[in-house]
Design a protein around this ligand. Structure first.
Ligand code: ASP
Length: 444
């Protein structure tokens, strides 16, 4: 049994958190490969070391002094070293960092030092070997991730070590330059390591006990999700769930390795298990609700549109031409709507509209702005009738007008659009009917 365990920034923000992490790792001998983030916030008004590193590099690029900010960053690590009574000094490491900054090592190099240094300290504290991610996580020339090369390197390297700490977030390209994933990317590193060694499970330790059914900023104390499939999570994550980096799913999904989201501050909580498939029925009919504000619908009308072959393609091409991705395309017999992110669309609005006029010669084009999209997701919806009816009755009871409806062909989700200003109330209404008062669900 081999587990890969990734600890997020808040789990490694200070010495006290490091102690919790060590306890978790030593509690289970299967927890052999450890992927740390950089120190995160110690309190809500604190700064993440990664953010400080980005700032420091910016200052260095402007030719301003970086002594003070590097001092602040070093103090974060020194606090951990002292708190744990480690016999290490990072003086030399910081000298190297300064030299590399002046040699223009790049912003990715700067950002990566957060994970690198935390990895050095964690390895020392656990008594595990340290493997520099620059030696095993490979990027291509165009900065994309090179999965094949990475898997080969990781497999060879990890055969040498039963246990190891491998910092998250970064790797290097074939020229030896440091490259990083996007923000939150240590989740991806953990998943890559788990995939490469075919781990039994990838544990992702953070500061919440897994995914909540709905955003806790909207629904008070929402219930947590015990088990969710990768597909359900994809449906929810693209709408804005933030616990796990979206791209962290792919390396483990290929091999059916489950991800377990766990809480470092509450290690006895089971957290959320993300799996390829499960026969565990979800506790409720729906697994989760997520959404996002800030969409605009471009509603195109044209008589006899349905018999005009290529109409949809031409419409979508107008968006493609200006680099705007679409979210949904609900259509009627003579109408075709395209839903896109409003901020993305605003800058190119007039160009897209004139392109549409040129290419499909519509009778009218109308814009519906300030829409929010909400996805209600759940594998339990497939086997239950009346789910959509219950959602829409719940919304109607709150006086919320539905602007658009789209049910994915997988029957895994129902997506609807409401006014931005109805967003929170709509989520609350759906949560209440399925989770708080399921006895209010319509019976047929
Ligand atoms: N430290 C990096 C960030 O703040 C990566 C990570 O924590 O996953 O984005």
């Amino acid at each position: 049994m081999k587990k890969v365990v990734k600890f997020g920034g808040s789990s490694l923000a200070n010495a006290e958190q490091f102690r919790k992490v060590k306890e978790i790792i030593t509690a289970d001998p299967a927890r052999v490969y450890v992927v740390p983030s950089a120190p995160g916030k110690r309190s809500s008004n604190d700064e993440k070391v990664t953010d400080l590193l980005y700032k420091s590099y910016e200052l260095s690029e402007k030719g301003e002094s970086i002594d003070e900010i590097l001092g602040v960053i070093k103090a974060r690590y020194d606090e951990i070293i002292e708190g744990l009574g480690l016999d290490v000094s990072l003086d030399e490491e910081f000298e190297i960092i300064k030299t590399n900054y002046s040699n223009k090592a790049g912003v990715a190099y700067a950002a990566s030092r957060g994970e690198y240094l935390n990895g050095v300290l964690l390895a020392k504290y656990l008594g595990f070997p340290f493997i520099d991610a620059a030696d095993v996580i490979c990027f291509n020339e165009d900065d994309s991730f090179n999965a094949e090369k990475t898997d080969a390197k990781l497999q060879t390297k990890l055969r040498e070590f039963d246990k190891a700490v491998i910092p998250g977030f970064y790797g290097s390209n074939s020229d030896g330059f440091i490259r990083t994933f996007s923000r939150g990317g240590s989740d991806i590193t953990g998943s890559i390591v788990a995939g490469a060694i075919n781990a039994n499970i990838y544990e992702n330790w953070t500061d919440v006990s897994g995914f909540m059914i709905a955003d806790p900023r909207i629904v008070k104390n929402p219930a947590s999700i015990k088990a969710i499939t990768y597909r359900e999570l994809r449906e929810l994550s693209y709408m804005g769930a933030t616990v796990l980096h979206e791209d962290a799913i792919f390396p483990v999904r290929k091999q059916g390795i489950p991800i377990n989201i766990r809480n470092t501050n509450c290690p006895t909580d089971e957290g959320t298990l993300i799996v390829e498939n499960t026969c565990r029925p979800s506790e409720y009919i729906i697994t989760g609700i997520a959404g996002k504000k800030g969409f605009v619908a471009i509603n195109i009308e044209k008589d006899m549109m349905n018999s005009e072959i290529g109409f949809g393609r031409k419409v979508l091409e107008a968006f493609e031409k200006y680099g705007i991705s679409f979210e949904h395309t609900p259509s009627g017999i003579d109408t075709f709507s395209v839903l896109v992110h409003q901020p993305e669309f605003e800058g190119r609005e007039q160009e897209v509209l004139s392109e549409l006029h040129r290419s499909v010669n519509p009778d009218s084009v109308e814009l519906q702005t300030d829409l929010a999209l909400i996805a209600v997701v759940g594998r339990g919806m497939r086997s239950n009738h009346g789910v959509a009816a219950s959602i829409f009755v719940a919304l109607a009871k709150q006086g919320i007008n539905i602007r658009m409806i789209d049910q994915g062909s997988s029957e895994l989700n129902i997506i609807f659009g409401v006014k931005n200003s109805d967003y929170e109330n709509a989520i609350k209404a759906v949560y209440d009917v399925f989770i708080t008062n399921p006895s209010d669900l319509l019976k047929f």
